[in-house]
Every structure is written in C-alpha cells, then in structure tokens.
Write a protein that binds this ligand. Structure first.
Ligand SMILES: [Zn+2]
Length: 296
C-alpha cells in the first residue's frame, strides 16, 4: 500500500491516476462477497436471498467526489450490493429496516419486510397513516404504494402522471403527515436545511421523518458544490451528477451537497430530533430517523 501511496503523491497526473485505479480495483475485489448476506432475509421483498455486487459508480463521479479507494468501495457496496430477487441495494435494505421498525408500532401483525405491508390485516392497520414519499424510495416504492394514505411525488418529475413537489416549498398544508420519507434526494436540493424546515412544517406533532443521503463520515466538513442564487445555479466546484450517464443524454441529478460528519450539526437546526442510525460495520449505511416533538 505504501508503494501505492507513493504513486498517489507522485506529481505525474497519469501515474497518480493509474495508482489510484489499481488501488480501487484491489479494493473492489475485496468487496465481492458481502458478509452476512447469504441466506439472509431481504427486508424489501421478503425473500431469503443472495446478494450480488454490481459496479455502479463511473469515473467522472468518482473523480468529482474525489473518492479514496476505501470510500469508493463503501459507496459501491451501499449502492451496488443488490438482492437477486428484487435488486434492492443495501441502502434500500437499511432504509426498509428502519421504516419497518417504525411501522411495527401501528400493527400487531409482525412485519419483517416491505412485502408484508401488503398483508390484509397490515393494510387495514396502516390505512389511516398519512405518508409523504418525497421522491421514489426505489425498490421500496411498490410496497409503499399499498399504503392507503400515501402521497407520492417526485422532486423533479417529468412524467405528467406523477406530481412534482419541491422539497423546499411543498404544496401540502401544515401538519399534513404522520410520516415523511425520502431516499438519497436531499443532497440534490439547493437548501438542505430549508428542506428539513419544510418537512417539519408538514409533519404533525409527534410525526416522523425518515431519510437517507450519502455521507462520508471520515470527512469532517460537508462540501457545498452548488448553490442557487437569484434563481440561478452557481457552481462553487465543478458540477457532479448522480444521474446514471446515458450516451448522448443530458446529465441529471446535480449534487448540491456532499455530506460529511457535520451533517449531525445541520440536522440539529430545527425542531425535529434526529437519531442517526449507522450500521456498525459500514457507516455509509446510515438512516436518519427524526421525531417531531409531541408538544409544539
Ligand atoms: Zn429483495
């Protein structure tokens, strides 16, 4: 590794790039089997499942995010370690785990996967729950759609059949929801803290906000890549996109915030009390579970 580090410090950009590439490839080989996943329960589809590792990141994103080999591996695992039955990533798996733990209080039927939300008694027990899904929660979405009180929207909807909701200026009334959900959306919003304030506005007292965003906890400070000034996007750093690049397509999902450990301070600015649920073995698998105070 010291040899690799020597090359990383090498002033030649080509040698530095090759050395980083080699380190990344070695690190990716190490992630090819995901501990504890064989024969485990998928919290999304409910199958006893295997996981497979798909490579999901691409060079321009890795470069823009300046991912170290270890960070690269962690993000690949978070996004690319997928259930063979339903393709749910580890991120979705952990979001589902936190969500199911929350929903269990509303039903006496055991719910161990998102698929259980379709069971007859569970559907009835959860029928009065008012839920906002701000941007599709990926593989969780078809199961969330079984909730009678679901209001589903996309942050940047181009489909006229799917309502668009700006997380910073929701069209919903105050105290409209018991539960607000989003999965890797708030890093694409110009005003993250403002978006949390808006979630706070639409949640009832005692309501819950569950969300994920990518966080690199080894980085003390979050990086603001872009800002919105007088309605115009201003790039403070070269633009980075999370939209999968397709040949000839305009890149999408511009990143406004790359979160580091100080996200703990950013989420503490409002009234919602957030618990940070981190996987003990992989801190990139983090779910934020926020509770509105019962008394305003
Ligand atoms: Zn699954």
């Amino acid at each position: 590794m010291s040899r690799v580090l020597d090359f990383v410090r090498d002033p030649s950009p080509i040698r530095r790039r090759r050395a980083l590439e080699l380190a990344r490839r070695r690190a990716l080989q190490a992630v090819s089997s995901v501990k504890g996943s064989i024969g485990s329960l998928c919290r999304v589809c409910g199958d006893t499942t295997l996981r497979y590792q798909r490579q999901v990141l691409w060079d321009s994103l890795i470069d823009a995010w300046a991912l170290t080999p270890a960070e690269h591996v962690a993000i690949e695992r978070r996004e690319g370690s997928q259930c063979v039955s339903c393709d749910a990533s580890l991120r979705s798996h952990h979001l589902a785990t936190a969500l199911l733990e929350h929903l269990q209080q509303f039903t006496s039927s055991p719910i161990s996967s998102m698929a259980d939300l379709g069971l007859e008694p569970v559907v009835a027990d959860l029928a009065s729950l008012r839920v906002a899904e701000l941007n599709s929660c990926g593989e969780l979405h078809p199961y969330l759609a079984k909730l009678a009180g679901l209001r589903y929207s996309e942050y940047l909807s181009e489909d006229p059949a799917v309502p668009h909701e700006d997380v910073q200026a929701l069209s919903y009334d105050d105290d409209s929801f018991d539960l607000v959900l989003s999965s890797d959306t708030l890093e694409h919003v110009p005003d993250f803290v403002g978006a949390l304030a808006e979630v706070e506005r639409v949640l009832r007292p005692g309501g819950t906000h569950i969300f994920t965003v990518p966080v690199l906890w080894n980085r003390p400070t979050s990086l603001r890549r872009a800002a919105l000034e007088n309605g115009e996007i201003v790039h403070l750093h070269p633009p980075s996109f999370h939209g999968v690049p397709l040949r000839g397509a305009v890149p999408d999902s511009l990143v406004f915030m790359e979160f580091g450990a100080d996200i703990a301070d950013l989420i503490a600015t409002g009234a919602i009390d957030y618990e940070i649920v981190r996987d003990p073995e992989d801190s990139t698998l983090t779910v934020f579970v926020g509770q509105m105070p019962v008394e305003p």
